[in-house]
Design a protein around this ligand. Structure first.
Ligand SMILES: Cc1ncc(COP(=O)(O)O)c(C=O)c1O
Length: 458
């Protein structure tokens, strides 16, 4: 795999007069978009800007054809035989909500989740506890990434209606054994939903072979445009669901007193759709398929191995999750003693143009139960090479050098620190290189300007 060639396809990584190329290590939040995806979306607006399934003119016909071609492409990409199982939505969150709101629940039905789920696979069930009387069971996960089958069995034996777990964790990059969980859940009569947000961008999934009932993905984590996602379900799984939204496109016919729903998948796609997004997402998975997911995963493993081993000997750095980077190839998550994670993220961006994520990564319960304010997460994708790993390590080393090693609040430590070396990063707005050191108010006391979104809500 030629990383330099791949990088040249991503305009966000281009060097510009006012900006050297960024070291983008936040793909677990949102991946960058390659030119073929941008082109596909522009072509839609430029060449055939119609809406599918309504008008009969050539624009409408062309967009309808491309939209359904995207459905078939996603079915192939995710290992579903029947493209009718692919529902286009805004994101994985909407896909999980569709299942949560769509199944017919009875009081006392149990949903099994892990103790490391993204809020998108937690809050939806909490609402159902309050509104429909379901019960949430929590499967505790080990710290080292191993999976305890017996614990799963014990929960399943108690009677579970739906098992809803991440496939790959956004917190520490570990993956769960999809096939094994699915087989065991089915043996006990439970349905299975996997949140595939962090898995589908990085590894081949074969949903029909693995028997998964529902699988949620966000295309904007796999080179697609924002606001595009998919629920990939079995046709039987979809038949069980009540649509989340109704309106145009969802009905065969209607009168002033009633309506007949269209067959799946159309009954789930209400209103005029995100055609450019879906068509762009099709170009994204074609791009991934051309490069090859195996090659992508191998590359990430190598980049992650470099970071992991370079920082291994640092006593103030504590990686989270499996120790072997091969078991979490897309993510290196860590804490730094004595440094607030948000300050560290600002320091790396300001001084080293290294963009990583800080905060609680939408898994608040994990941090609350450990008394942690959050942590740092570098996430890798196909455009990250060894140079990115080195830039991250350089930045972290400088941070360690400049900030005292005392286990004090990182926020105040960062305020006392001198700004990062100017020479090692871009100079932006006056004084911006000192942002991490300059102006971060203590945690809990208020909203910070630039880091507002990094406070852990996401
Ligand atoms: C594991 C996991 N699940 C769900 C989500 C929610 O994805 P989206 O916001 O695209 O719906 C994310 C996003 O970071 C995630 O990492």
């Amino acid at each position: 795999m030629n990383v330099d060639r791949i990088r040249s396809d991503f305009p966000a990584l281009d060097a510009r007069a006012d900006r050297p190329p960024p070291v983008y290590l936040d793909s677990a939040c949102m991946s960058l978009v390659p030119r073929p995806v941008l082109r596909a979306m522009e072509e839609y607006y430029r060449d055939y800007p119609g809406c599918a399934g309504r008008s009969l003119h050539r624009f409408a016909e062309e967009v309808g054809r491309r939209y359904e071609a995207a459905r078939s492409a996603f079915a192939r990409f995710l290992g579903r035989d029947d493209p009718r199982g692919i529902i286009f939505l805004r994101n994985a969150t909407e896909a999980i909500n569709l299942v949560g709101q769509g199944l017919a629940w009875s009081r006392g039905d149990r949903v099994l989740i892990s103790d490391q789920e993204h809020n998108s696979n937690l809050i939806v069930w909490q609402r159902l506890v309050a509104e429909r009387g379901i019960r949430i069971e929590v499967l505790p996960l080990s710290a080292d990434g191993s999976f305890e089958t017996e614990l799963l069995e014990r929960h399943l034996a108690g009677g579970v209606r739906l098992v809803s777990l991440f496939h790959t964790s956004n917190l520490d990059g570990r993956s769960l054994p999809v096939r094994e969980v699915t087989e065991r859940a089915h043996d006990h009569g439970a349905l299975v939903l996997f949140d595939g947000c962090q898995a589908a961008p990085h590894r081949a999934v074969d949903l029909d072979r693995e028997g998964v009932d529902y699988y949620a993905v966000s295309a904007h984590k796999m080179l697609g445009p924002t606001g595009t996602g998919v629920l990939a379900a079995t046709p039987a799984g979809l038949e069980r669901l009540r649509p989340l939204l109704l309106g145009g496109e969802t009905v065969e016919t209607s009168s002033l007193t009633g309506h007949t729903l269209r067959p799946v998948p159309h009954r789930f796609e209400a209103g005029l759709q995100n055609y450019a997004g879906v068509i762009g997402s099709h170009a994204a998975i074609d791009y991934l398929a051309r490069v090859g997911l195996e090659a992508i995963e191998a590359q990430q493993r190598e980049v992650n191995r470099r970071v992991t081993s370079a920082l291994e000997g640092e006593p103030r750095i504590h990686p989270i999750g499996p120790t072997d980077p091969a078991e979490r190839p897309s993510i290196y998550a860590f804490t730094i003693d004595g440094v607030d994670p948000n300050d560290a993220a600002l320091f790396l961006d300001e001084g080293h143009r290294v963009m990583i994520r800080s905060g609680r990564h939408c898994v608040h319960s994990y941090y609350e139960s450990r008394g942690l304010p959050g942590n740092l997460r570098a996430s890798f994708y196909l455009y990250n090479g060894v140079a990115d790993a080195e830039a991250l390590v350089r930045g972290v080393r400088e941070l360690l050098e400049r900030l005292p090693g005392r286990p004090v609040s990182g926020t105040s430590a960062a305020r006392r620190a001198s700004p990062p070396r100017r020479g090692s990063g871009p100079s932006r707005a006056a004084g911006s290189t000192g942002a991490a050191a300059r102006s971060v108010p203590p945690r809990r006391t208020g909203v910070r300007g630039r880091a507002g979104s990094a406070r852990g809500s996401g």
